[in-house]
Design a protein around this ligand. Structure first.
Ligand code: FES
Ligand code: FE2
Length: 352
């Protein structure tokens, strides 16, 4: 669909119609997001209530699902197999799912349990009367859901575990106070692109630049993921049991960012709302007894605002007739180039 040379030295950036044409935005939803894994909740939340209804990518795919904890964690369709009434509206604790329209009940594995009024139906029930089951996987306490997991994220998650064997992910606790949802008027991919290069750091993030040793900044590409590693400046805090690392920044295709620091982890989930509107779920998971630093020149709240500011600015430029496209810096933008190659690969996939 797009002409992106696999050689970054020769390639131009993705065609700007990627950000401006609605037909392409729809294809991105249908051919990329529909096959993605989405970080949906964590174990602590499902331990409180074993039934959690939610919409998978509410503003684009909008599939009603229920996360269920039974003997394991499962994800089921929230749509009754009789006449499509939604089963659950609120998180709750239950050992059966009951449709309040005509009283049909389902077991927590999705199997039809009881269907009033169907004694005389022939060839009933069949497996089509059970609830559809979607894919669920967990990594440490985080729960990921997919409708159709064509985009493999295991290599990226394994890479985190392998690179940080001593990091106590299980001790991280969600901090609502420092978590936030941001709504920005920009295409979702522009937010990812800004994240995927450290090139802008000395220009945009003066505070952060002092904390890290920019000369050591490294970008590594693995399957469906880009890792950026920043070493700390002298005197700055580093992640325990690492070689002077200030932060690992993991981006996982298409829209997940896991940022690992000495105080804990922050997560950004970049959710497309429309072609030019995006929601960023910013989740803070500090270690017990710690909090995410705030209100300093290098703290995440400030860095986030600095990033959003440039992303909003780029959205305006991308809509201009004057801009036709650019080139990649071979030294600093290989993560961005890889992102565009992945977009192209999935959009070109004729099997979807
Ligand atoms: S729609 Fe659920 S029982 Fe009829
Ligand atoms: Fe940034």
């Amino acid at each position: 669909m797009f002409n992106i040379d696999s050689d970054i030295k020769k390639s131009s950036t993705i065609d700007k119609k990627f950000y401006t044409k609605n037909e392409i935005y729809q294809q991105v939803i249908n051919k990329i997001f529909a096959f993605s894994w989405q970080l949906t909740t964590d174990r602590a939340t499902i331990n409180k209530t074993n039934i959690i209804p939610f919409r998978f990518l509410e503003k684009s795919i909008n599939e009603p699902m229920i996360l269920v904890k039974d003997d394991g964690i499962k994800c089921l369709s929230n749509v009754c197999t009789h006449r499509a009434h939604l089963l659950e509206e609120k998180s709750c604790n239950k050992n059966k799912l009951k449709c309040r329209y005509h009283g049909r009940t389902f077991k927590l594995n999705g199997q039809l349990n009881h269907a009033p009024g169907f004694n005389n139906a022939s060839n009933f029930p069949t497996k089509d009367d059970n609830l559809i089951q979607y894919h669920a996987q967990n990594w440490h306490q985080f729960i990921f859901i997919s409708m159709n997991p064509k985009i493999n994220i295991s290599n990226a998650l394994d890479d985190i575990s392998n690179r940080l064997p001593h990091y106590k992910f299980s001790d991280l606790i969600f901090d609502k106070h420092n978590s936030n949802s941001y709504y920005i008027k920009a295409n979702w991919a522009l937010y990812c692109e800004n994240y995927l290069e450290g090139f802008h750091v000395p220009f945009v993030h003066k505070g952060l630049t002092k904390d890290i040793n920019y000369d050591s900044y490294e970008t590594i590409i693995i399957d469906n993921s880009v890792i950026q590693i920043a070493e700390a400046s002298i005197g700055e805090k580093t992640i325990k049991d690492t070689n002077n690392i200030y932060a690992y920044y993991y981006w996982i295709f298409p829209n997940l960012m896991i940022n690992i620091y000495e105080w804990g982890v922050s997560i950004n989930i970049v959710e497309p709302l429309s072609i030019n509107r995006t929601k960023i779920n910013f989740l803070s998971y500090p270690f017990k007894g710690r909090t995410q630093p705030v209100n300093t020149s290098s703290s995440l709240d400030n860095v986030e605002m600095e990033d959003q500011n440039v992303v909003l600015n780029v959205q305006k430029g991308i809509e201009s007739n004057a801009y036709k496209g650019g080139r990649y810096s071979p030294d600093h933008e290989k993560g961005l180039h890889y992102f565009h190659l992945l977009i192209n690969k999935y959009l070109n996939d004729i099997s979807t």
